[in-house]
Design a protein. Structure first.
Lengths: 109, 585, 252
């Protein structure tokens, strides 16, 4: 095929085994189960709960991106450029929350 | 990797290797990036004419409030706001975003990196026609019941979220939002095309650090567009929900419009401002970065000197791009935003002055002791630097909340952003037009007319916008439709009149440009293949370039883009495709 | 991303791609980057509203949480079948590819149906974009719920149709139109999906245009980038599920 030259050999070696994907799938289901059990039983206070849930969600999405979306097997520059720009942009939006809290504290409705 | 299903096609070098012959495939739904670039350019040209007429109507109304203007009649205050909104929207989205990036970028990015076309030609066509649709929807807002919206190009709620808040806030406002949503989608498609093209389709030898600075600027602009427009799209969707489904994302409780209580509560207009400016500030750089690229290219070419500090220029552009995402709050110092974040935003905004200054000094360094050829494009490039400095210097003033708070709603701000984002970017577009016209149409634009056009526009722009600084410091508020009845502003009216006269003259000078453009297309002097003796790839190919840009061959690049006046070289420029090694210097 | 200009056929005519892969995949990743910022902004808007509003309602009882969990399992499983489809297409096993893609579409469609059922239930209980029966002074609850989940549902629907085009090509069009017609006839006129189902008609028109103007057999690359889109839709749900559902679990 015409794109042989482009494909890094790593991907060619890797593409055979299905097992890792089953493991990832099971791990995702287990993490989802943990999330549901934690929230349904109200294990933590809301703020702590949010932190735990977001932590678990970040782990889940990292697994999806790395394995299902195959980013783990792309070359380093692609990984870094895509992920860093996304994370930076989303992190910047946390500035919004300073104002959301202010609305409560100032008592504006 | 093997492929069992699917045609084992021989994969030609280009998928659409031969030019289409039918009129529709050739000029309307063309896949050729050059045609699409020209389509974008003409869209922007139409838009800029409309935007300019709107601004003239505003200026005339401001100083002669009772005057009846052709097409507009006697302008009512709310009509003035409509003109202002549409002037801003059309100019920012359909001129400053469209012409330098989508227009010239489309035409010259693939040629300058040695590619036969953009990475995704169909997507390219689609993004143009989506932009066109967006423009059509925007213009249609003029003609619906209630007219165009009046909430400014920033479209702040609550004015924009409540249909009964004003005459244009009904259907007109919805059309505005739909148009902007379409524009976001179109720009996103265009941006990913630009990025992929730059990453994937550089000819052999065209390493990143050999790319002309124009390509760098289009590349970085595309990254900004990709990351910024998605956020505006989200904001637009939420605002449409607020308007049509009764949600309250942006509308706080307790509002009363014309005696009728508004059925929303609990929203926050600040949220819109955050979402909008998260897009809006990168948008400013989307408008100006391609201009910076063009200025760098032209200053080096016409000073016959290598660009001063190529790497510094690239890193400065990257720094501007990154910092551009961290400063949006400086548009919101007066909004009730948390003062702690205002402090951070102020600091980052001051920091952005550093890469801007690096660029300015490098431009001056490039010209220093050069054998400058004062051609028309060079004049506009110098004009760009001048306006960039004049407009940029008021930036650090406005970056400080303590100074911004008295100045933010005055003509000082109008002067600042018009000089740097409006006129400077437009000068970039003019420079690019005069520079690349010979490549696009095979003829030179008239030199004398061009010089007259430059002088009138340059002097005119300063006459219009410099006095506005004083108006602003004297406390003249912006967005007001007339001042003639206001006592404390009465002494300022002569300045306003002067600005209006200057505006009329400057706008008429643009007729010269239009005439020159269309006349030269047919009757201009025939251009040589490389009339400016420049080094980049577009000047190595025929004029106008063939369908696949290089007539079936892929160029090979041996040098950076700025090998001018190399000691020991035969000529004072070395083409990028020239295989002879550069003498050590 | 219907076609690409250059296939890098002549080895060495171009600089190696900076991301070391083919253009379409880069294009899809860049699109997803932009789209994730759209979703990111929507989620931030939701969080903003939630932070600034006291007494946010927490209405989701056992039935809702079980339903949403099943939906999550559907999406996660669809991601697995998708990835297996991509593997099969890389091996050149066309039949297996189509089978896995159909399985993915099944899970995706199941997700949409379950979700639609849940919407209907909530609307029946009185949830509206501008009000909710649980907390009168928090009108944002309905708005954020419908915006976020609606936007996601739209993405899943488009994803199912996208996979349908890749897997079945022209055979997919009559199926899609059939689903549209059935959905339109079977939903009562007052139901939100009576109107919403027309998205399928729109998608069918777009798919028809693509299939007619660019008829081609979709290769492993096309399957892979369709997969990227699909996993992304799954990924977004990994944030919507905890934020919108789990954080609003009924306090017992």
């Amino acid at each position: 095929m015409h794109d042989v030259a482009l494909k890094p050999p790593v991907a060619a070696v890797h593409e055979e085994s299905r097992t890792p994907y089953y493991f990832v799938w099971v791990a995702l289901l287990v993490l989802t189960g943990i999330e549901v059990v934690l929230t349904y039983n109200q294990v933590f206070a809301p703020v702590r709960m949010l932190e735990v849930l977001m932590g678990l969600s970040v782990i889940k999405s990292a697994m999806i991106i790395a394995y299902f979306m195959h980013l783990k097997f792309e070359i380093a520059s692609m990984k870094w450029v895509l992920m860093v720009s996304l994370v930076v942009c989303l992190t910047l939006m946390f500035v919004f929350f300073a104002d959301a809290f202010r609305i409560i504290h100032l008592g504006v409705r | 990797m093997t492929q069992a299903h699917g045609p084992a096609d021989a994969a030609p070098a280009t998928v659409h290797g031969h030019a289409p012959t039918g009129f529709i495939r050739k000029y309307v739904f063309s896949l050729d990036h050059k045609v699409i670039g020209i389509q974008y350019y003409f869209l922007a040209l139409t838009a800029v004419c409309i935007g300019m007429i709107l601004s003239l109507a505003m200026r005339i109304h401001m100083v002669w409030p009772d005057a009846s203007i052709p097409f507009f009649g006697a302008i009512k205050p709310e009509q003035y706001l409509t003109l202002m909104t549409m002037h801003g929207t059309i100019m920012v989205f359909f001129v400053l975003t469209t012409a330098p990036q989508s227009g010239f970028g489309n035409y010259f990015l693939p040629i300058q990196i040695g590619a036969p076309d953009m990475a995704f030609p169909t997507l390219n066509m689609l993004s143009f026609w989506t932009t066109f649709l967006s423009f059509a929807v925007m213009i249609s807002a003029f003609f619906v019941a209630g007219g165009a919206p009046l909430s400014g190009w920033t479209n702040y709620p609550t004015l924009s979220a409540i249909p009964m808040a004003g005459p244009g806030e009904g259907l007109g406002e919805d059309l505005w939002l739909i148009s902007i949503a379409l524009f976001c989608v179109a720009s996103m498609m265009g941006a990913l095309n630009f990025i992929t093209t730059t990453l994937d389709l550089r000819a052999k030898g065209m390493t990143l650090m050999r790319m002309p600075l124009t390509c760098w600027s289009w590349f970085i602009t595309a990254i900004l567009g990709l990351l910024a427009f998605g956020v505006l799209l989200a904001g637009g969707i939420l605002l449409l929900m607020d308007r049509n489904l009764g949600t309250s994302f942006f509308v706080p409780g307790g509002l009363v419009v014309s005696g009728v209580p508004v059925q929303h509560s609990g929203g926050s207009p600040l949220l819109w401002q955050h979402l909008f400016w998260f897009f809006g500030h990168p948008e400013v750089y989307i408008a100006i970065l391609p201009g910076m690229g063009v200025a760098s290219q032209l200053l080096s070419t016409f000073s016959r000197k290598p660009i001063f500090g190529y790497r510094a220029m690239v890193y400065a552009m990257m720094a501007i791009g990154i910092l551009g995402f961290m400063v949006w709050g400086h548009h919101m110092f007066m909004s009730g935003m948390s003062p702690y974040s205002a402090f951070a935003f102020s600091f980052m905004t001051m920091a952005i002055g550093v890469p801007s200054a690096i660029k300015t000094f490098n431009w001056l360094g490039t010209m220093w002791k050069g054998k400058i050829r004062f051609t028309v494009p060079m004049l506009f490039a110098i004009g760009f630097v001048s306006l960039f400095v004049s407009g940029g210097l008021s930036g650090p003033f406005l970056a400080q909340p303590a100074i911004d708070i008295p100045l933010h709603d005055t003509y000082f701000v109008v002067a600042h952003f018009h000089l740097i984002m409006g006129v400077a970017a437009i000068f970039g577009i003019f420079a690019a037009t005069y520079y690349w016209f010979p490549k696009m149409y095979g003829r030179m634009m008239n030199d004398a007319l061009g010089k007259i056009h430059f002088v009138m526009t340059f002097v005119g722009a300063y006459c219009i916008f410099m006095p506005m600084h004083y108006l602003g410091m004297a406390g003249n508020p912006r967005r007001y439709s007339q001042f003639t009845e206001v006592k404390y502003l009465a002494p300022l009216i002569p300045i306003h009149k002067f600005i209006t006269y200057a505006a009329i003259i400057t706008v008429s000078a643009q007729l010269l440009f239009l005439f020159n453009f269309f006349w030269s297309m047919k009757k201009g002097k025939k251009a040589a293949q490389n009339p400016w003796e420049a080094t980049t790839l577009e000047w190595t190919t025929a004029t106008p370039p063939p369908h696949d840009n290089f007539g079936g061959v892929t160029p090979v690049v041996y040098h950076g883009a700025y090998e001018y006046s190399v000691p020991g070289a035969e000529k004072d420029y070395i083409m990028q495709t020239d295989p002879t090694p550069v003498p050590a210097h | 991303m219907a076609d690409v200009a250059v296939q890098h056929s002549v080895a060495g005519a171009y600089e190696p791609s900076l991301f070391g892969t083919y253009s379409k995949k880069i294009g899809m990743w860049l699109f997803l980057l932009s789209d994730s910022l759209t979703f990111g902004a929507l989620l931030f808007a939701y969080s903003y509203g939630r932070i600034s509003t006291p007494n946010w309602p927490t209405p989701f009882g056992k039935a809702s949480i079980v339903n949403a969990t099943i939906m999550t399992v559907c999406l996660l499983s669809s991601s697995l079948t998708m990835v297996l489809g991509v593997l099969a297409s890389k091996k050149g096993d066309h039949k297996a590819t189509v089978r896995w893609l159909l399985a993915t579409m099944f899970f995706g469609a199941l997700f949409v149906v379950l979700h639609a059922k849940e919407w209907n239930g909530l609307i029946h209980e009185g949830l509206r974009p501008f009000s909710n029966p649980w907390a009168k002074n928090v009108p944002q609850f309905g708005g954020t719920f419908f915006t976020l989940t609606g936007m996601h549902m739209l993405h899943v629907t488009i994803g199912v149709c996208y996979l349908g085009v890749v897997a079945l090509r022209k055979k997919w069009l009559p199926i899609l139109l059939g689903i549209w017609l059935l959905g339109w006839l079977l939903t009562p006129a007052t139901n939100v999906f009576h109107l919403g189902i027309h998205v399928l008609l729109l998608v069918a028109v777009v798919s028809a245009v693509i299939l007619v103007l660019k008829p081609k057999v979709y290769d492993a690359h096309d399957v892979e980038i369709a997969g990227l889109y699909w996993h992304f839709v799954d990924l977004v749900w990994m944030f919507i599920f905890p934020l919108v559902y789990l954080m609003s679990t009924k306090v017992v």
